[in-house]
Design a protein around this ligand. Structure first.
Ligand code: H2U
Ligand code: ZN
Length: 346
């Protein structure tokens, strides 16, 4: 019997990780319960004397930031990874495995303005962030197998400072999530002689139900296997391995699609939308990585309002990831959001 994906419990496979997710739309047959809290009217200043990321301010180690105008990158003063040259010394004692790791951590300020987020920055300013991501990826790829560019936005995902910023952690090892994507994409490429995410993109263009936004060079979808309620995947329409490979037009249109997506996010619950996000590109391990396709993941924790967040529940840690609203429903809600930022009408 054919089951109805909009009404019945089912599982979907994340083709990037190979893992299954339980989808329970029957828990959600009640109409959309989204609730708009009154937008929080905080009025942050463009310059904050106590912020360690604002221009000319001192960081905790006493170093002074330059009088930067657009973006600024510096080595994280509390790095999680440190550069060492004893690569891959491993130690196995019975069941206890460990190995030495080497890496570098950097912080990227997206803007000198303390009061803006990427969604509120203009396209030229966002383009400067895109260019910096590409430049940093290129530089660190010469030295490390993996360059993880990411952003934690909002207090509920542990971001310590509202000054718009992201981070880069580069490492000599491929992290777990990357190994899963590597294996899945490689397996598909060997079988079909085509990059998996490009074939997936074509499918989304035909089905259309999960597209949030698209422009000449980019597409944003709520992936079929999304876990977070409003998770999205940002994909270039052409086969691209890494950020430095993007041409000028593709970078400008990336800035445009990011502003579009992040404005929709902010408008959904009229709040500065929190998320975890980052880029996945082909590893810089010197291998033939034609099976890879560059993409960005956005993982926002909010569920139904600016205050209601999804918690990772016991069943999920013990058994399997689970969601209620379907990816198609989430995509529709994001599609309905305006691309004019709500703060412009306050
Ligand atoms: P998050 O808020 O996204 O965690 O990033 C802040 C980073 O900035 C964090 O990794 C670093 C922290 O280590 N940092 C500095 O490098 N110097 C400072 O003076 C404060 C924070
Ligand atoms: Zn600041």
């Amino acid at each position: 019997m054919n089951f109805d994906l909009e009404k019945q419990a089912h599982s979907r496979k994340n083709i990037l990780t190979g893992e299954w997710i339980l989808v329970s739309p029957q828990r959600n047959l009640r109409p959309w319960q989204g609730k708009l809290e009154k937008p929080k009217l905080t009025n942050p200043e463009p310059y904050e004397p106590n912020c360690y990321l604002c221009p000319n301010n001192s960081r905790s180690n006493g170093q002074k930031n330059p009088d930067y105008k657009d973006t600024f990158v510096f080595t994280n003063d509390f790095p999680a990874l440190i550069e060492v040259d004893n690569n891959y010394q491993s130690k196995i004692q019975n069941l206890l495995y460990s190995r030495a790791v080497s890496g570098e951590c950097r912080v990227i300020c997206f803007s000198s303005r303390h009061d803006l987020s990427l969604a509120e920055m203009d396209l030229l300013a966002i383009l400067k962030v895109v260019d910096l991501w590409a430049q940093q990826a290129k530089e660190l790829a010469k030295k490390y197998n993996w360059v993880q560019i990411f952003e934690n936005k909002g207090e509920i995902v542990g971001c310590s400072n509202s000054h718009p910023h992201g981070q880069i952690w580069a490492s000599d090892f491929l992290p777990n999530e990357v190994i899963k994507e590597e294996l899945q994409q490689l397996r598909y490429f060997k079988l079909h002689k085509s990059p998996m995410l490009l074939d997936y993109l074509r499918l989304e263009q035909i089905q259309k139900q999960r597209i949030v936004s698209e422009n000449e060079h980019w597409i944003v979808v709520v992936p079929y296997w999304a876990y977070w309620p409003f998770e999205t995947l940002v994909l270039p329409k052409r086969h691209v391995l890494a950020l430095p490979d993007l041409n000028k037009n593709e970078r400008a249109s990336l800035a445009e699609i990011l502003k579009n997506l992040l404005t929709r996010y902010d408008n959904l619950f009229q709040t500065s939308f929190p998320y975890m996000s980052g880029w996945h590109a082909a590893p810089s391990n010197g291998k033939n990585n034609e099976h890879w396709q560059l993409h960005a993941h956005y993982y926002p924790p909010l569920l139904r309002s600016a205050k209601l967040q999804k918690f990772v529940a016991s069943y999920e840690w013990l058994a399997q990831a689970q969601r209620d609203i379907t990816a198609e429903q989430a995509a529709e809600l994001l599609r309905e959001c305006s691309i004019i930022h709500y703060k412009e009408n306050l």
